[in-house]
Write a protein of this length. Sequence first.
Length: 117
Amino acid sequence: QVQLVESGGGLVQAGGSLRLSCAASGSIFSILHMGWHRQAPGKERELVAIITSGGRRNYADSVKDRFTISRDNAKNTVYLQMNSLKPEDTAVYYCNAAKEDYGLDYWGPGTQVTVSS
């Protein structure tokens, strides 16, 4: 069992930055693919960024060149550095840990990010 806890959300003005963190419990963090997803009011949850166990990264087009995902396996933590934030980035951000081959899929409770114009 893996528990995920996000932190770092808050209120920021457009153009500002935030860094989200997601701490994972357990001893299998290094084999998990880690992702950040977000859900805005009235919209479906969408993938923002993912980093595989091997360190490969992918981003949604809407956040490329502004957001950076990284992981520290020694700290069981994944990060999302968000720069040049826009009001449309306002959402609840969720951390996800998954390994399809093992049937593993975990979610954190989410952290609110609000970007004011």
